[in-house]
Every structure is written in C-alpha cells, then in structure tokens.
Design a protein around this ligand. Structure first.
Ligand code: CS2
Length: 498
C-alpha cells in the first residue's frame, strides 16, 4: 500500500496526478483580504473563488489572511500552520465521483487570542482592502425580534471596557478602523458572507450600533469610508468527518488533517459596492449585481429553509443525514409543496430566474447521497436560523393568502425537537446559543403549548397572530400524539386536495 503524503508547501510537487495543486507561485501572492472565521464554508467558497483567480488568471494581489477569533479556532490555526495554509477541497459529484483540489489562497493566519494587536494592525494595514466575515447567522449580536444590538452580551461589555484586547468581531473592527482613520489610511469593504437577509446591511447596522457607544467619533468616518455590500452565498459544505480524511488518504494519497468536502454547486451574487477595490471574482463565476434581494430571498427561503424542514422532520424521525430525509418520499412531497405553495407566492418578481428549475435542482442537491450532510449541523443554532429562513415566509404569507400550514408544522416540529429525544428514544444535544430557553419553553409547552411561541426574541409579535397560533397548536398536538411521518403523510393528503 502506498503511503500518503503530508500536505505542506514542500510536498506539493510530490502529490499524485489526480490531485490538483496550485500551479502559481504562492510566494508571489500578496494579501489584500482579511477573513474572520475560517470555517469549512469560507474554505469551500470565498477562498476557493480566490484560488481560482490565482490559478486561472495569475491574479496574485488577493491573498487571504485568516483570523481565528475564538479559542475554538486554535485547532484550525495549528493545522493550517502545519500545512502552510494549504488544505484540500474534495468536491463530491452527484454520480459519486470526487475530485481533490489543493487550495493555496490562504497565505497567512493570525490566532487572535494570542495576538490581538497583530490582528488590529493587520486589519488596519493599507494593503488590506476587504475584511470579510463568516461569523454565522447569530454572530451579528442583534436581537431577532427587535433588531436591536445586544449590549448586555457579556463579551460586548468586556470589549467596551478593554478596547485594545477585544474578543468580538465588533471590538476588532472598531479598533482597526479607528487606526485607519487616525493614520489617514483609506477605508475598506466589510463583506459579510453569512446567510442573512441583507447581510451587508446587517453587518453595517451591528457595527455602527457598537461604534455609536464604543467609539462615537468614528461613526461618520465609517459611513463615508467603509462599504458593506450585500451578498447571497451558496455551497453546501458539510462537517468534515474522520472518513473524509481517510478517503482522501486512500484515494488521493493526501494526508490532510482537516480537508473540506462540498458539493459541486457554487454561487455568489454580490452587490457591487466596494469602497477600496475588489478582486475580479466575476472572472471565475461570481455575479455582481445592483440588487441582490431577489437572490437572497430565493436562497434563504428555499434552500436554507428547505434544509430546516428536512432537518427538523428528519431529526424527529431519527434520520442522520439530509440526503436520507430528502429521499424519504413523504418528506420530499411535503418539502416540494412547502416550496411551491408557501414560499413561492412571497418571492415576488425574480426576473430571469427559472424558479421551477431552481427548486428541482435544490431537491437533487439535498438528495446527493455522497454529501452526507449531518442533520445536527442543520439543526444547530436554529434560534438564529429559523427567524431568517422560515419566519419571514410565515409573516409574508399571513399578509397574503395565509397558506402557512406546513411552515407552522415545521415550527411545531422545532418545538418538539427541543425535547432532545427522537421517536426511537435516542437523545441528542440541543446546540444553540439559546438552548436553555428553548429547552425550557419546549418543556412548558407540554402543558401549555403556546409557551414555545412566547420566546419573544425569536417570534416577536407572531404569538398574537391567531391564524399562525392555531396552525402551530394543531401541528404540535398532532406531533405529540403521532409519529412525524404519519403526520406528514396526513398533511400531504389533506392539503393536496385544497
Ligand atoms: C444550512 C446552510 O446551516 C444551515 O442550516 O442551510 O449551511 C447551507 O448548507 C448553506 O447555506 C448552503 O449554501
């Protein structure tokens, strides 16, 4: 048996021919992007697009410096240090074939807890034109229902007290932008790559809220010199599991401690609003448009919400992965009807987009058996996801023809999900910043079902909408007396005739 080759710069030349390696000289790459949150998604998406620019067009001035803000990031920091910033992207096609590509665009990495000043200085460096973010849906620290910045968050309190050793993205951005202002350096773009409606607007709002209290004299400078483009980002990127590491060693002889696996599909639609220039990502497939709203609506409310539908129903049933749930006929009928009857009516004018084709392609993507996207990844942090992915659909529908039965059923399934045990009696952990509140509300809902909807930070005023509340209560009662699959079958046949 051939031995696998440790991934690092020196060994790139030893990689077998079925592994694509950077053909450009990484020493010539200069850094103009700082990225906060180097998780799997950043590595399958922005870093991939940027690598393609280097590889196919020899554009070398868009290297990325990754930043790890959290103690949790220590592992990726150590691995990337060992591997000279290199990692493998394994693309898993629908027909079961895979390709392995080593990505070289990540050329620096700073672990913030060890060196906060280096991070601030890097972000303030005049060569840096873009600070991009994947800090998750919940990372913007805004209350979902009120939209207000949460100043009582203990890490925010700490950042206000110790501005030179920040812990949060807002603390870092404020200090770095302050330096740029003081030193007369041009502004930059803060580019959110998170799954949020108006992600640029949200990033701007959160930062300006923070700055208004922490560094008030910086506010107007930011408004004049920093831009926050909105964008829709898409590529299904599951959690890396031990088998992925082993398969990469067996099939491609690459010994990578943390490769990334993903689907072949990729999309990035960006508002062309960059304060200090940008890479020509359009050369490698990104779309620059004036208005990203239709694309965001479509993606968040169909793909991401579709994931939540399959995730919640699948978790109760005891499925482990999204493809299992998506290949369950009852669930897929339910999902398609949810998309057609409850989401499509509120999407409005999508211009040239062929929506039917998009929905069909989503179902195929969900069913990709090679992706093995685990259901716990989809269900984690639902308190930050559901208000973005699903509740806008309910609110939109309530103003129109009010078809919300399936969406309300998913909210009820989420309530039941927070009991922490599936229908086979297997328990699982609720991974969520609001887990205590969710678990408590779900427990109370056994006696008084509406308690779940009383979590104001999530549902806001929806608790007083009778149509929604009735639909939720009917669903929860059904889910607590029957198996989820039987409920779904019943809903499929009952609602089909309407
Ligand atoms: C998922 C997303 O986290 C989730 O719930 O829906 O991570 C999804 O896989 C990506 O947005 C795909 O682009």
């Amino acid at each position: 048996m051939k031995t696998s080759i440790a991934l690092n710069q020196e060994n790139l030349g030893l990689m077998p021919s079925n592994v694509q390696t950077p053909s450009y000289d990484r020493n010539k790459v200069t850094t103009s992007i700082v990225h906060i949150g180097v998780g799997n998604f950043h590595r399958s998406h922005e870093a991939y697009y940027t690598n393609e620019l280097m590889e196919r067009y020899g554009i070398m001035d868009c290297g990325i410096c990754g930043i790890g803000l959290l103690d949790y990031d220590r592992r990726i920091y150590n691995i990337l240090k060992d591997q000279d910033g290199l990692y493998t992207l394994v693309i898993k096609n629908l027909d079961g074939t895979r390709s392995a590509k080593i990505i070289g665009s990540l050329v620096e990495y700073i672990f913030a807890p060890e060196n906060p000043i280096a991070v601030i200085e890097k972000m303030a460096n005049p060569d840096i034109k873009i600070i991009s973010l994947t800090i998750t849906e919940g990372g913007y620290n805004l209350n979902e229902a009120t939209g207000e910045f949460n100043f009582s968050n203990p890490v925010i309190v700490e950042d206000m007290k110790n501005p030179m050793s920040p812990k949060t993205v807002f603390g870092y951005l404020a200090q770095a932008l302050k330096l740029r202002k003081e030193r007369g350096i041009a502004g930059c773009t803060i580019q959110s790559c998170d799954n949020i409606q108006g992600n640029g607007d949200v990033a701007k709002k959160a930062l300006l809220n923070y700055v208004a209290k922490a560094e008030p004299e910086l506010q107007s400078w930011i408004e004049k010199n920093v831009s926050f483009p909105n964008a829709m980002v898409d590529r299904i990127t599951p959690v890396t599991v031990a088998d992925d590491i082993k398969n990469l060693q067996d099939e491609f002889l690459v010994d990578d401690q943390w490769p990334v696996v993903c689907e072949p599909f990729i999309q990035w639609v960006i508002e062309d609003n960059f304060a200090n220039g940008r890479p020509e990502w359009e050369k490698v497939g990104a779309q620059f448009v004036k208005n990203v709203v239709p694309f965001e609506n479509m993606k968040l409310r169909l793909l991401n919400a579709g994931h939540s539908v399959l995730g919640m129903l699948g978790a109760l049933h005891g499925y482990k992965t999204i493809d299992e749930a998506a290949r369950d006929e009852d669930f897929s009928i339910f999902l398609k009807a949810f998309m057609d009857e409850e989401v499509t009516p509120i999407l409005g004018d999508l211009g040239d987009i062929n929506l039917e084709q998009y929905k069909q392609s989503l179902i195929k993507r969900f069913q990709n058996v090679y992706i093995k996207d685990i259901i716990p990844r989809i269900c984690l942090e639902s308190s930050a996801k559901i208000p973005i992915f699903l509740l806008p659909t309910i609110k939109g529908q309530l103003q129109g023809d009010a078809k919300i039965a399936r969406a309300a059923f998913v909210v009820a399934a989420w309530c039941k999900y927070n009991d922490g045990v599936d229908e086979n009696g297997n328990s699982y952990e609720i991974v969520d910043a609001m887990s205590n509140e969710l678990i408590r509300a779900a427990a109370l809902s056994h006696q008084t079902p509406i308690r779940f909807l009383e979590i104001e930070a999530i549902f806001g005023k929806l608790v007083s909408d009778k149509t929604f509340v009735d639909a939720f209560l009917t669903s929860l009662e059904m889910l607590r007396s029957k198996k989820v699959k039987d409920c779904v079958k019943e809903m499929n046949s009952k609602l089909a005739s309407k």
